[in-house]
Design a protein around this ligand. Sequence first.
Ligand SMILES: Nc1ncnc2c1ncn2[C@@H]1O[C@H](COP(=O)(O)OP(=O)(O)OP(=O)(O)O)[C@@H](O)[C@H]1O
Ligand SMILES: [Mg+2]
Length: 587
Amino acid sequence: MGKKMDFDHMKLIRQYAGGHRHLITLGRCIAALSAILVLIPYYDLWKIISIAVNGEDTSRISHYAWQAVILTVSALLIYIAALMCTHIAAFRVQANMRSSLMRRILTLPLGVFDEDGTGKIRRTVNDSTAATETFIAHQLPDKAVATITPIGLLVLVFAFDWKIGLLCMIPALIGFACMMTMMGKGMQEKMKEYQNALDTMSSEATEYVRGIPVVKTFGQTVHSFKRFKSAIDGFGKWTTDYTLILRWPMTAFMTCINAIFAFIVIAAFLFSKDGVTAGLILNIMYYIIVTPLITVALTKVAYSGEAEMTLIDALRRVESIMEIEPLENRNTGKVPADHSVELRDVTYRYKDALRDAVKHVSLRIEPGEHVAIVGPSGSGKTTLAELIVRFFDVSEGEILIGGVNVKDLPSEELMRQVSFVFQDSRLIKKSILENVRMAKPDATEAEVMDALKKAQCTDIIEKLPNGIHTVIGEKGTYLSGGEQQRITIARAVLKDAPILILDEATAFADPDNESRVQAAFDELSKDKTVIMIAHRLSTVVHADRIYVCDDGQCVESGTHDELMQSGGLYRKLFDEYSRSINWKVGA
Ligand SMILES: Nc1ncnc2c1ncn2[C@@H]1O[C@H](COP(=O)(O)OP(=O)(O)OP(=O)(O)O)[C@@H](O)[C@H]1O
Ligand SMILES: [Mg+2]
């Protein structure tokens, strides 16, 4: 329909179709051919009516009737062939899109999956590619039909009686004009808003469901979820606005295309002044049969426009992922000289954040040194650790491992050097064996067992119905936060990387679990460079050095005794911590 886009969507589709792009063209051509074939029987129909009205030789009727039947059936078969072509191409496009997306996603900084939300990425990989598939498989051939049919109809309408034809065209053209107003650039914007409103609503709904325990335990109502409510309100408002905008053009469109019939009646009156001829009756009967086709054709054109807008929106979503900058990898072939970690004046600000999460932090951790990072919640500890493994790249400064900038290390090398135990360790829905083995795919079952033992997981395994083959998250096999963290420690034990970053879980359910996690950490830390982010300050007392973070900065460093003596933030945090422990014991 010749709309202006900011990118050529058909070109993009052809790119994704690769060698199959000719099938798309072929499918469209065949579909157009079938559209022409479908129209020819109307000529046969006119002939049949003409024979009947003029009292001609009726034996010809069966000839035209058969011709019509054969043409209609062939048109149908040809249309099926067209659909087969476009379906094959569509599946290819969908597969290529998904694999390009997955390949791109693998190169993205891990932080993207926090920032943009995995839900949005999942929806794009699933739904937007599916929408593209549907468009190519169904709407493209339909669009070819929708384009050819009005042209064929024009020929049919004007061929027999151009005066009646002209009258029929008036409402058809007005209807078409109404439709164009519904398909303009503004509507494309509206379509995008619609998708966005739907997206917001669905992600807020997820948040809401996740928050139900909080709502219930605190005796709150739905209204405590203002964002969910406002997302619903936003969507409702959008839908109402959209409907109101479309009310008049849509009413006019429907009126016009249905009014064609009335126009024929008027035509019959006007033209019958000169006397009712057999020819006039013939043409009027014929037009009564043919003109509804104009309605169908125009409706199809209308829908093909709408489908195109959905497609453009889907492609835009796919491209928005394809356009995210992958992690820069300079692959210089440099090898870390040792297992030290150094941060030089590192600053990081999250995308769209107003302030830096990490500000000008410089520190050096010698090989084999055990350091702890402590600090109030939100002081940037996790961010700092994530920067070392390139969840994100630093905004300023540089991070070196064994004297090599992490950006100069191939990502496999970086991953070989560093193990990371996350604060909110989540296991994937697979067996414990597979979860642990992710760290080293060729590990034997015995090796995995050994790692689990070292990570103090024996009691967890014993509890489970199928031992290490139990699938987590299935049939009531759930693990507590502390238990999950122990399994992820086993993963790190198996990986056995020389540098270890532990982001301690904020809370452990019970003291038993806590001491086991501690024992697992200790086992894992042997002979390694360790960066331990600690919340329970009792665990950091023996660290070689403690860095204290506050508001993104590193404000103090030293051993436990040194820091206690200097009486700064650490002293304050430690005193608070001791009080809370005593309070717990005393309670
Ligand atoms: N994905 C994110 N996008 C934007 N800002 C973030 C993101 N993650 C963290 N922040 C912000 O960065 C700052 C540091 O967060 P970080 O998670 O590093 O703190 P932390 O010291 O690990 O806290 P805790 O002790 O609670 O784990 C906080 O102000 C936080 O709001
Ligand atoms: Mg944290």
